[in-house]
Design a protein. Structure first.
Length: 235
């Protein structure tokens, strides 16, 4: 006896439910490409769903959390009690969308979503001065990514074409960068010596002035610290 249309619908629904349950439990028990549109959307939601942290016990520097719908990095925090035993956590946060730094008072016991990002390696191509964007090319896919000047910050003045950078992606956009290789610059000019006789002011090939040891001279190459961009040594 052939199954009725009602039975067929029941079997189809059971198969779809089984597929979704298997996806929930095992993540990759089915290939993503073979899933229906509904299953793909559920897979995307499950992968994107992240853990929650509680203030202040789970707080730590470098944590990536969503505050008021905006992805943020925790830079500093200080938990303290106020009147009547109410505790707050004064937190310095970096906005990953525009690069701005803000201070928020997070209430004790409040919960925030933690999100994950992807790190990739890219090659710096050029700066779009009209848009104030820095353009990188993904080393694997050759896809171009634009980084707003507010995100790349002081690092932008040290970039030269072909330099490799590590960049962080959130929701398809670059939200953070860091230097992948050493920053080596040539001294274009020595302006003056400081009063102590041990240091001098030098102009680097990108036009930036830095303080260095008095023995430096035009034509020397120097290594710069990748965090504060100060001269570390002559190379």
């Amino acid at each position: 006896m052939s199954p009725s249309s009602c039975q067929k619908r029941l079997v189809a629904r059971a198969a779809a439910l089984f597929g979704l349950v298997g996806l929930w439990l095992n993540g990759y028990c089915f290939s993503f490409a073979g899933l229906t549109g509904a299953q793909q959307r559920l897979h995307t939601n499950l992968v994107g769903r992240q853990a929650m942290i509680t203030v202040p016990g789970d707080m730590k520097n470098g944590l990536r959390i969503v505050v008021n719908g905006v992805p943020m990095i925790v830079q500093e925090f200080l938990a303290k009690k106020q009147g009547k035993g109410v505790a707050i956590c004064k937190t310095k946060l970096k906005n990953l969308i525009n690069g701005a730094t803000v201070t928020e008072s997070l209430s004790s016991g409040s919960r925030y979503e933690v999100f994950e990002t992807d790190w990739k390696v890219g090659t710096y191509s050029y700066r779009d001065e009209d848009a104030d964007d820095y353009v990188l090319m993904d080393m694997e896919t050759f896809e171009e990514f634009r980084i707003p000047g507010g995100i790349i910050g002081e690092l932008g003045q040290w970039l030269v074409e072909g330099m490799q950078l590590d960049f962080e992606l959130y929701d398809g956009r670059v939200v953070n960068t860091q230097m992948n290789s050493d920053i080596i610059m040539e001294i274009a000019d020595v302006k003056s010596s400081k009063d102590n006789g041990r240091d001098c002011q030098v102009v680097l090939s990108n036009g930036v002035t830095r303080t260095g040891p008095s023995y430096l001279k035009a034509g020397d190459k120097v290594l710069l610290d990748k965090v504060n961009f100060q001269i570390s040594k002559r190379v």
